[in-house]
Design a protein around this ligand. Structure first.
Ligand code: ADP
Ligand code: ZN
Length: 437
């Protein structure tokens, strides 16, 4: 059988008219359902003077009020579920990276859709029946592990449900079981790659050929390093618990943005200050509306992720709109003396200068002045090289950060392996300013 690159070809390559028709019909249906079943939507829509009948198609979407994470917290745990609890077959929760955890639910049908969205990603990276899919995203309430698990099983591939952690064992399994594709966070992939290097594993002898890395921001530089170290092609996958989990958007062979699964989720880009929808190509906050989910269909959910969309035709043949790699959530953005800085921008500078992505940003306040310290692990080579002066290196990094990001940072080189490695999402920022508030 020739390599199948699509999971559901008719859907993934449907005409734009067809996609809008699906979206319109499903949006109308979903809005009716949530108005009837979820008090929060009824109250919000009543307050905004919008009736379900006013929503006749996708062009009416901007009439609907937004939802945000706080709404999920206010209705915790089940206040926004749109089906009776006995139809819910699975619960997941966000890891609570940015505050109190939230709970989401799935019906059987929701799980089936989710498996499709993840199977689309797997097919797009060339996975097929018989391939061994090594899943090192965490299993449990976090959506990463079980999300891709469902997709891989539905595809008919062989799942290796390793979950995260125990890195030496991960490597033995990759070698002995013959893992073809690995799924985990990019920071954990880097940790595995480093461990392989340390153990002297010859990656050219592994079967591993692709990685599906997501759940946190990562840069193109990091992609190149992972591809080279693990001898694979590295793909990006995007998702969030509130919307479904991984598989909201997926990268194809073109690797210029991720196709949004638009038959299930409508994407909008808005101005985060005014809430106005932005035209294609302008950067803003990503907003999603679920149009096929039964248990937990969020309407116009503000993700706080910053991105851009493009409808330019893609060489892979898919017609779903593409979203850029989000460079981080507005929550992760730090404001240093009025300048907005995303950790991923610092990562980009460090990797360009030849450092590994082992770094941490420490933010503090001295008097009324914000301070930023960038801790970077020195590489083994530089550590052994007695001719390079550490303070020169620190100065050079600091200068690059100033040039490219416009902020002054104190750079501190730290010993190899001294920054904690992550088995899930990396913690890049330590903000001590709150301690003084
Ligand atoms: P939590 O909110 O507890 O961290 P989630 O797993 O739901 O748990 O996190 C989803 C968030 O992770 C997204 O809103 C986004 O900020 C980030 N994310 C997910 N995938 C990617 C990706 N491929 N690139 C950048 N950020 C991502
Ligand atoms: Zn494509």
């Amino acid at each position: 059988m020739a390599n199948q690159i699509y999971w559901q070809k008719e859907i993934e390559t449907a005409s734009r008219e067809q996609i809008y028709a699906w979206q319109s019909e499903r949006l109308v249906r979903t809005v009716r359902r949530v108005y009837e079943r979820v008090p929060l939507y009824r109250e919000r829509m009543d307050a905004a003077g919008v009736k379900p009948e006013d929503i006749r198609g996708i062009e009416d979407l901007p009439k609907l009020p937004f939802t945000q994470k706080q709404d999920l917290r206010d209705t915790y745990p089940y206040g926004m579920f749109a089906v009776p609890m006995d139809e819910v077959v699975r619960l997941h929760a966000s890891s609570g990276t940015t505050g109190k955890q939230i709970v989401v639910g799935y019906t059987k049908h929701d799980l089936d859709i989710w498996a499709d969205t993840c199977a689309r990603q797997l097919c797009a990276v060339g996975a097929k029946k018989g391939d061994k899919i090594h899943i090192s995203y965490g299993y449990g309430l976090f959506t990463g592990g079980l999300g891709l698990h469902g997709g891989a099983e539905k595809l008919g591939a062989t799942v290796i449900p390793v979950s995260s952690g125990n890195t030496a064992r991960q490597i033995t399994i990759i070698e002995d079981f013959g893992s073809d594709i690995i799924c985990c966070t990019p920071s954990y992939a880097m940790y595995i790659a480093e461990e392989m290097e340390r153990m002297g594993v010859d990656t050219s002898r592994l079967r591993l050929r692709a990685g599906i890395f997501g759940a946190e921001p990562w840069t193109e530089e990091m992609r190149r390093q992972l591809e080279q170290k693990l001898n694979i092609k590295a793909y990006d996958i995007y998702g969030l618990t509130e919307i479904i989990g991984p598989g909201v958007a997926y990268e194809c062979s073109e690797q210029r943005g991720m196709h949004v699964n638009e038959d299930h989720f409508i994407i909008e880009i808005i101005n985060p200050e005014t809430g106005e929808p932005l035209p294609e190509g302008e950067q803003g906050e990503i907003v999603f509306t679920c149009i096929t989910k039964e248990a937990f269909p969020l309407i116009r959910f503000r993700t706080r992720d910053i991105g851009v969309i493009s409808h330019k035709p893609c060489s892979c043949g898919r017609t779903f709109v593409r979203m850029s790699k989000p460079r981080g959530r507005t929550d992760d953005m730090i404001i240093i003396r009025g300048v907005n800085v995303f950790p991923s921008q610092v990562e980009s500078v460090l990797l360009k200068l030849g450092f590994a992505p082992n770094y941490q940003l420490v933010v503090d306040r001295k008097g009324s002045l914000d301070t930023l310290e960038v801790k970077v692990e020195i590489t083994n080579e530089a550590f052994d090289d007695v001719t390079t002066s550490l303070s020169n290196l620190e100065h050079k990094i600091s200068e690059e950060i100033k040039n490219l990001l416009g902020v002054t940072a104190k750079v501190t080189l730290v010993a190899p392996n001294s920054i904690a490695r992550s088995e899930g999402k990396a913690k890049r920022v330590i903000d001590n300013r709150k301690l003084h508030d």
